[in-house]
Design a protein around this ligand. Structure first.
Ligand SMILES: [Zn+2]
Length: 395
């Protein structure tokens, strides 16, 4: 009991890990229907599960929309700095804690973007399908990570279970044979035209974009121009949602081949479920493709979405968009609540092996921190082992 009184934070966290299991989120959902996916699972590497508190937190940070990311960062800095300032201790000690409170959330955000780590991998039991990404970038894009080669991109995809990926750099058609790529890299491009980005699937030549960059009627003529080159045109998020929400019928009339319904870029992750449903209904009525896009630019280790795709996917039923539910649901939560709602969604999505890992880490850290510190005593595994022995004896 004394242990519990001394460690309220550990106790609250352990309770949250357990209580969140009563309202679990499915591992993967079909983004078009919202239902759990039966034919595909995520496998998590051993070290991902061993380090689950870190793995899950960094994943959850990667799946924040831009607004929510700012709120998350700001709120945690304020909370940690305030707690550090009011806790007793010498002035130096409090100063050091305030500094840690300032830097810790920033360090986590940087780790989510840059730290190499084990990642979940999608596996499907379905035959005759390919797990694809329809939208990703290399260093050739103006905003691609420096040094991010097509080979790096292919490795990033394969680690997560992709079997093929379209390379869609900004306004630079990709059509290369990359012999060292670990999965096939498919030809594509992302054109920037009038207040809209258009993902093009298939090999095309560069051409003058100015006729498509003046107004909406001009922009939608791009689709027919791409068809004459044998390519497909997919409307990208967040642009059609932010800039062309009332023009979607014009997109369809102009011959658009499909719409992204999940895009993992922070700017696009705010896309609300209601709007997603409307686009899915439109695509279903018109038999258009719906796609998921990692929109990877070389930053971030995990995707929030995969496509389970039939050969030569062309219509609504040919491609299943499979997403991490946290990435979809978080866009419906108020931005100001990100500091706790993102963590709660993360906990609801844990598998049981991850929950066991969380509880073990919480117990180990609480026991370690509960050690009275004596002069000259070195911390570490020795103390931990002694205390574990004592807890077992007194239990
Ligand atoms: Zn992009």
């Amino acid at each position: 009991m004394r242990f519990l009184r001394r460690h309220p934070v550990a106790l609250a966290l352990a309770l949250a890990v357990l209580v969140s299991a009563l309202v679990p989120l499915p591992e993967l959902v079909d983004a078009a229907t919202g239902s759990p996916v039966g034919d595909a699972q995520l496998t998590r590497p051993f070290w991902y599960v061993v380090g689950a508190p870190l793995s899950d937190t960094l994943d959850a940070l990667t799946f924040l929309s831009l607004d929510r990311a700012w709120w998350f960062l700001g709120s945690w800095i304020v909370v940690l700095v305030l707690v550090a300032a009011v806790r007793p201790g010498s002035r130096w000690r409090r100063g050091a804690r305030v500094l840690i409170g300032l830097l810790l959330p920033v360090a986590f955000a940087a780790a989510a973007v840059l730290l190499p780590r084990p990642v979940p991998r999608l596996v499907t039991t379905l035959g005759g399908v390919t797990v694809l990404d329809f939208h990703s970038h290399t260093r050739a894009s103006h905003d691609g990570r420096h040094g991010w080669t097509p080979e790096d991109l292919a490795r990033w995809h394969r680690r997560q279970g992709f079997q093929g990926a379209y390379v869609t750099d900004h306004n630079i058609p990709f059509d290369q044979n990359v012999p060292d790529a670990v999965i096939p890299l498919l030809p594509g491009v992302e054109w920037s035209v009038y207040r809209q980005h258009i993902i093009t699937l298939g090999a095309v030549d560069s051409f003058d974009l100015s006729p498509y960059s003046r107004d909406t009627p001009g922009m939608v003529r791009l689709f027919a121009a791409l068809h004459t080159q044998g390519a497909l045109a997919i409307a990208s998020l967040p642009e059609y949602w932010r800039n062309h929400w009332d023009d979607l019928d014009a997109f369809v009339a102009g011959g658009v081949d499909g719409f992204e319904i999940v895009t993992c870029a922070p700017k696009a992750l705010g896309f609300p479920s209601n709007d997603r449903r409307q686009v899915v209904d439109l695509a279903r009525r018109q038999d258009l493709l719906v796609t998921g896009a990692s929109d990877n630019h070389g930053w971030g280790m995990v995707t929030c979405v995969w496509n389970i795709s039939q050969q030569g996917a062309h219509g609504f039923a040919d491609n299943q968009v499979v997403a991490r539910p946290i990435a979809l649901v978080q866009g419906d939560r108020p931005a100001w609540s990100a500091a706790y709602s993102q963590l709660w969604l993360m906990l609801r999505g844990l598998t049981w092996p991850e929950r066991v890992s969380w509880l073990t880490w919480i117990a180990l850290i609480a026991i370690y921190r509960g050690q009275p510190k004596r002069k000259g005593q070195v911390g570490g595994i020795g103390i931990l082992a002694r205390e574990l022995g004592r807890s077992t004896l007194s239990a």
